[in-house]
Write a protein that binds this ligand. Structure first.
Ligand SMILES: Cc1cc2nc3c(=O)[nH]c(=O)nc-3n(C[C@H](O)[C@H](O)[C@H](O)COP(=O)(O)OP(=O)(O)OC[C@H]3O[C@@H](n4cnc5c(N)ncnc54)[C@H](O)[C@@H]3O)c2cc1C
Length: 388
């Protein structure tokens, strides 16, 4: 058993950390306040190689492993969760579906710009009436005279409306299976296609620097060859994408917990009450100890799941590890932000202090890419229980 990341992973961690400290940290409070999506910084993350980490070299990527991506997301997320999710979604929901299921032509057309971070792509699964029950999609796509005609709407779609977004991949009903169930397929819709409308951005409690929109499709026509992968395989495709996504979200949560620990430890050494640093009071020191335990445990579960993926272990084994890591790391992140805010006292409630931003940002970790309840269902099923 090896509990250490490789030297290469650690060097990579250092370079991402330096980047995040120099290029993100000085601006993050202002971007968050202004709900500003910093295109230049996202493209600088692309130049650092963050978006192409796991894409093979023939499509412009670095051909690296999934563990590296988790390291990158953790370190960006340690400074800013919004840019962490921007990276996570760009790779996990933008690049990966095309890389995994696309034809060679689709890969050559779309990937080079996405892996350099020049452009972004979104993945439209969630709808106003279907989130956890994602198979209940109502969006339709009908094939007529060589075109898919898409009608419907999607909700909460990350990276879908930035000035550098080139496409969204959407799931849609394309018919019925032989046994009468909806046939769900995945279709690439380039930005600017008539009938595809990116609605105004949400006003969000957290992740304010990231880009999230509702989308509508009305008589939106794309060529037949924009189908991604096999017709009728949409359900299986997004399930596979979400397994990876859960580990990546766990890595984002690890960054959040680590940030809470770093900020709280520093503050507990500086802030004095009753003539001594608050860190010398057991009540505060124990809270820091709890943060350290959460950081260590969440990191171990996350990188164990990533290592299983990199080792090509059976899907069943990886699925369970991914759900466990996501559940523990994200719920711990919410607890960690509550503790850190408490350590900062009244200052923790003020927007100038990063712990306030982490507190707002953390909650959605328990919701996106499968809620905590959905993770518990998956884990219980992994135990062999017939949970609905
Ligand atoms: C900021 C943000 C960004 C997002 N980005 C994307 C994106 O890029 N692409 C995309 O497709 N989606 C995206 N999502 C959507 C996200 O994945 C969904 O919000 C999530 O899956 C939950 O779906 P829902 O909101 O419809 O909640 P619901 O499914 O309606 O759930 C409501 C509550 O009921 C619980 N619940 C539901 N079913 C069960 C059950 N069987 N047993 C027990 N409890 C249950 C849930 O856990 C939850 O607590 C994003 C969401 C947010 C907030």
């Amino acid at each position: 058993m090896n509990f250490e990341l490789s030297r290469e992973h650690e060097e990579f961690r250092r370079s991402v950390r330096e980047f995040a400290r120099a290029e993100i940290a000085p601006h993050v409070e202002q971007w968050d306040r202004e709900h500003h999506f910093p295109v230049e910084t996202v493209q600088a993350m692309g130049k650092l190689g963050l978006f192409g980490l796991t894409t093979p070299e023939e499509y412009g990527g670095a051909g690296g492993d999934f563990t590296s991506l988790c390291v990158g997301i953790e370190e960006i997320g340690r400074v800013d969760q919004s840019l962490g999710i921007t990276l996570e979604a760009a790779v996990g929901l933008g690049i990966n579906p095309i890389l995994t299921f696309g034809t060679d032509e689709q890969k050559r057309r779309w990937l080079p710009d996405l892996v350099t971070g020049n452009r972004l792509a979104g993945f439209g699964l969630t709808e106003p009436g279907s989130g956890s029950d994602a198979a209940a999609t109502k969006t339709r796509a009908d094939l007529r005279e060589g075109e898919w005609i898409i009608d419907g709407s999607k909700q909460f779609i990350t990276n879908s409306g930035t000035e550098i977004t080139s496409l969204v991949t959407v799931t849609a009903r394309t018919g019925e299976t032989a046994d009468g169930r909806p046939e769900v397929s995945t279709i690439i819709v380039p930005n600017g296609t008539p009938g595809f409308v990116v609605e105004p951005a949400y006003r969000k409690m957290g992740w304010r620097i990231s880009d999230t929109h509702p989308l509508t499709f009305e008589d939106c026509r794309v060529p037949e060859d924009h189908m991604l992968g096999e017709r009728g395989r949409g359900f299986a495709q997004f399930l596979a994408m979400l397994d990876d996504g859960r580990v990546a979200i766990a890595a984002l949560a690890v960054g959040c917990i680590q940030a809470c620990l770093d900020l709280s430890r520093e503050y507990a050494g500086e802030r004095t009450t009753f003539d001594v640093p608050i860190g010398s009071k057991q009540g505060v020191a124990f809270q820091l100890a709890d943060l350290a335990v959460m950081a260590e445990a969440a990191r171990s579960l996350t990188y164990k799941a990533a290592a299983l993926k990199d080792a090509g272990r059976p899907v069943r084994e990886f699925k369970q590890a991914a759900a466990i890591a996501k559940l523990y790391a994200t719920e711990s992140a919410v607890t960690a932000t509550r503790i850190a805010t408490q350590v900062f006292g009244g200052y923790g409630f003020m927007e100038e202090y990063p712990v306030a931003r982490f507190y707002r940002d953390a909650k959605v970790l328990e919701i996106g890419e499968g809620t905590s309840e959905v993770q518990r269902i998956l884990i219980a099923r992994g135990l062999g229980l017939p949970v609905e």
